[in-house]
Ligand binder design. Sequence first.
Ligand code: SF4
Length: 300
Amino acid sequence: MASVADQITEMKKRRKAVILAHNYCLPEVQDTADHVGDSLGLSLIASRTDADVIVFCGVTFMAESAKILNPKKKVLIPEPFAACPMASMCTAEQIRDAKRCHKDACVVGYVNSTASAKAEMDICCTSSNAVNVVSSVSEKEVIFVPDMNLGSFVASKVPSKEIILWNGYCPVHQAITQQNITDLKGKHPDAKVMAHPECRADVLSTADMVGSTEKMAEYAKASAAKEFIAATEIGMGHRLAKDCPGKRFYFPEHAVCSVMKMTSLQSILKALETMSPEVVIDHDTRERASAALKKMTEVK
Ligand code: SF4
């Protein structure tokens, strides 16, 4: 009997499918994927692929972004209940309320948000380009949703803007403390510290670099250092170990995103066999969300 991974390879050919997996997915899922990356990188691949079917291994907002950017493709999400808790902290209705309270403000929204929330945003951003996106808008007042930590980081870099922070956060990055980093640094004094901007400000203050998971991979590859402490989700360790042979990476042990671990080889195979669950977004929401995402890609 062929292994599940071999069956996926076979079904993938038959369906003319491409498998995309986030850096936080289980190692075996990353190893089965055609592309592994962060949400922006994977969305861009999804927007350009000539495959008939996109299987998105990650959380639901990422699969929605793939559908928004490439609406003609069939996008499958093997685990349709893998919803990011931070994305759930900001609804379309809440953004409409905030806009009513701050009529002159521009809404800048992190891509870690639902399609219906994106439809209410003026422009989207990622953790890589958030500073540039906020700098680019003409309004002085900016409602930044949903991540207060990324918003605070941006506010520190763009003091000319009045940033109205949202009360959202990633529970995984929020749970990483400065003490966690100090403890790891005590065990690995020569390690460079890399921190995701979803971490709290006191954690970011300990870091040698602050950036997205893709920026971490670039930094670790280019650095002469041999050891790194990564203040982000533990799944990134698999990717970093593959990209940087001979280097060592240490994570806070509790930095585990349970929704990112939901996708399994079995659920990928089932999605390919049944061609479901499929991501469906109504036309109006998709058009408006797409405008906010496309505006982001125009920012240099
Ligand atoms: S790591 Fe945080 S932001 Fe990413 S999917 Fe998990 S809860 Fe959401």
